[in-house]
Design a protein around this ligand. Structure first.
Ligand SMILES: *Cc1c(COP(=O)(O)O)cnc(C)c1O
Length: 343
């Protein structure tokens, strides 16, 4: 089976497992795990932040960031396709007791001026506009991304409006592989950054939250309260360290392969529209008479797994466990299905 369901499906290589098995570890609740300390230092220096916090998942790093930045009755502002809104069980309300204001962007991307219209005046009965979260790349936006210039413009606008800015950078390295933007410059734009190691980077578990010292000090307490204080988790952090050192440079390949599949899909009879492909995510709409459930079944019969992103929407994600040969196979399968559905 060729698995395009997500870039989270990758399994550690023998070399990564070897690094994990020989990791130096300690009790991270006492800040005594050398592998975690090293990973936190590596990433915080890379993005020019003073501190980092290793966590089990990207949902946890996002949720901790939201809780650290806000108080109950505040409001979070984000695009309507955001992961923090759609795929975290309404955690912003559950964990932080805050409200949410949605912006209708373009393929998950918001424009600075859209923020002007969503700020609440300071009335007794209106939630306090506090935090903006942008996603880069935008998952449900088909892997679209913000360039440094666009990011800077949003950062300047949030500062002007007195708002904080969080980056859900689950797949930030897929973006940097395209733009070549400097992590240090990207880092300057945000009050906090979340990055996943268990997506395209190929680690089995782990995400990191970056910010200044006071922010991470509070975030550490919240991580503990959420049950995310891990002990000898250096076994996991060492896999993430390995991923950062070895798997970043190949992300461009995944992006190119997604674009390649996108080009093939443009000519397929079952496709209504392909969202422009920019990174390793590919989302397309099926023709009006076709449904995701049936299409995915037909795809699976031919050895390819993918996911439904709506009743008539399909998502493919490329990653390091999908080879060039696999991509050629998927392209043939898509052409066969195009013939089958042509009537
Ligand atoms: C995957 C993902 C996350 C975090 O997901 P976890 O599965 O909790 O690690 C956050 N944001 C985006 C955009 C994601 O794609």
């Amino acid at each position: 089976m060729i698995n395009l369901i997500s870039d989270t499906v990758t399994k550690p290589t023998a070399e990564m497992i070897n690094v994990m098995m020989t990791a130096e570890v300690g009790d991270d609740v006492f800040k005594a795990d050398p592998s975690i300390n090293k990973l936190e230092l590596t990433l915080s220096q890379m993005f020019g932040k003073s501190s980092g916090l290793f966590c089990p998942s990207g949902t946890m790093t996002n949720q901790i960031a939201i809780k650290t930045h806000t108080n109950p009755m505040d409001e979070l502002i984000c695009d309507k396709l955001s992961h923090v809104y759609k795929y975290e069980n309404g955690g912003y309300a559950y964990n932080s007791g805050i409200g949410l204001k949605l912006i209708e962007g373009t393929n998950g991307k918001i424009k600075p001026d859209q923020l002007n219209n969503v700020i609440n005046p300071d009335y007794d009965w209106l939630p306090t506009s506090k935090l903006v979260c942008i996603e880069n790349s935008c998952n449900a936006g088909g892997g679209s991304y913000y360039t440094l210039e666009e990011t800077k413009a949003i950062s300047d606008k949030t500062k002007e409006l007195g708002l904080l800015l969080h980056l859900d950078g689950a797949r930030l390295f897929n973006v940097l592989a395209e733009t070549g933007d400097s992590p240090l410059e990207v880092g300057k734009c945000f009050d906090s950054i979340s990055i996943c190691f268990s997506k395209g980077l190929g680690a089995p578990v782990g995400s990191i939250l970056l910010g200044d010292e006071a922010f991470i000090k509070k975030a550490r307490k919240i991580r503990k309260a959420m049950g995310g204080g891990m002990r000898q988790a250096g076994y996991l952090a060492s896999a993430c360290q390995y991923a950062i050192e070895n798997n970043v440079s190949r992300l461009k390949i995944d992006n190119e392969r997604a674009k390649d599949l996108g080009d093939t899909l443009e000519d397929c009879s079952f496709v209504k529209k392909v969202i422009p492909v920019h990174t390793n995510i590919l989302i397309f709409d099926l023709r009006e008479d076709l449904y995701a459930e049936e299409f995915l079944k037909r795809l699976e019969e031919k050895g390819v797994l993918a996911s439904a992103f709506g009743p008539q929407k399909i998502r493919f994600v490329t990653h390091l466990d999908v080879s060039e040969e696999n991509i050629e196979t998927v392209k043939s399968v898509l052409k066969e299905l195009s013939y089958d559905f042509h009537n």
